[in-house]
Design a protein around this ligand. Structure first.
Ligand SMILES: [Zn+2]
Length: 304
């Protein structure tokens, strides 16, 4: 598996878009994973800052204006040289619904679902993310593309696996012709999950064991304080430790894509952790649910 390219384009605002080298070599393809850089929004800026925001928020949010979001989307399309393409964004519901688009128009208001697929040039399929994984799929022979929104619920419902199945059925795709890139999302280092997630995955996947890592850490000062208040005597006996279960959501999706027949070397999965890099990415979990949105996009260029 090769590394997602961090190479930036010429803009002084930094890396607005990350690209997967394995997808970048198809000249008929447009793709990318946006970061939070290069926009006009101001996320959580203090009142004494200059006021000129640079956040690339691409989803409608209470803290941001529709005008900013439109301008940010325009900048992203401009950066991708995709100004003429129609941006297709669903109303995401953490499902396994995949919609195949055959016209070059996208319905308004946007339909609900978490996967988009097309062979129609001119459509730029997109998924909104801030920790959930944007997964892009390409059939390099049939020229079919898909964009998937894979959080833990969609992953547990086998969205990535189903997308490969849909491509095979609807377009006659062969798994060995497929390429996949998993974009920035919350990685195992930061993704602490509850028992219900562990149970769900163990009920679904024979390889569930390897998707989870149990880590032990000392209690934080706040947790220690609370625990002393609850159990005043236990704190006298050495450092108190907390066990946490981490989910490797990226690996879960790699496994699905491999089980569906895509060769391992066709799957890029080394994108950075959104939660670990506040200067580069929005993170739903890190920012306490109030954050911006990034886009993973893929489409087929119109030939002129
Ligand atoms: Zn992390």
């Amino acid at each position: 598996m090769s590394r997602l390219s961090n190479r930036t384009t010429r803009d002084a605002t930094g890396e607005m878009v990350l690209r997967a080298p394995s997808l970048a070599r198809f000249p008929w393809l447009v793709h990318g994973f946006s970061t939070r850089r290069g926009g006009v929004s101001s996320f959580l800026r203090s009142s004494n800052s200059s006021g000129g925001g640079a956040d690339l928020n691409l989803g409608k949010s209470q803290w941001d204006s529709a005008k900013n979001v439109l301008e940010n989307r325009r900048r992203l399309l401009d950066r991708l040289a995709a100004e003429d393409m129609t941006l297709a964004i669903q109303r995401q519901i953490h499902s396994d619904l995949i919609r195949v688009l055959d016209g070059n128009r996208f319905p308004a208001p946007p339909p609900a679902g978490d996967g988009l697929m097309t062979r129609q040039p001119g459509l730029l399929l997109a998924v909104l993310v801030a920790d959930c994984l944007p997964v892009l799929l390409v059939d390099s022979k049939q020229r079919v593309v898909a964009a998937l929104h894979c959080g833990w619920r969609g992953t547990a419902r086998r969205l990535a696996e189903k997308a490969v199945g849909t491509m095979r059925m609807q377009f006659g795709s062969r798994p060995e012709d497929l390429w996949a890139a998993i974009g920035p999302g919350i990685r195992e280092c930061c993704y602490i999950v509850g028992q219900e997630v562990v149970d769900e995955f163990h009920g679904q996947f024979h390889y569930a064991e390897k998707l989870f890592v149990t880590r032990t850490r000392p209690l934080s000062p706040m947790e220690l304080k609370n625990s002393i208040m609850v159990q005043p005597f236990r704190s006298n006996f050495g450092p108190q430790l907390k066990k946490e279960v981490h989910l490797d959501l990226t690996l879960a999706n790699v496994e699905q894509l491999r089980e569906a027949g895509i060769p391992a070397r066709h799957i890029e999965s080394n994108a950075p952790c959104t939660s670990c890099h506040p200067e580069r990415f929005f993170s739903h979990r890190r920012d306490g649910g109030r954050t911006g949105r990034m886009l993973g996009v893929i489409g087929i260029k119109e030939t002129r």
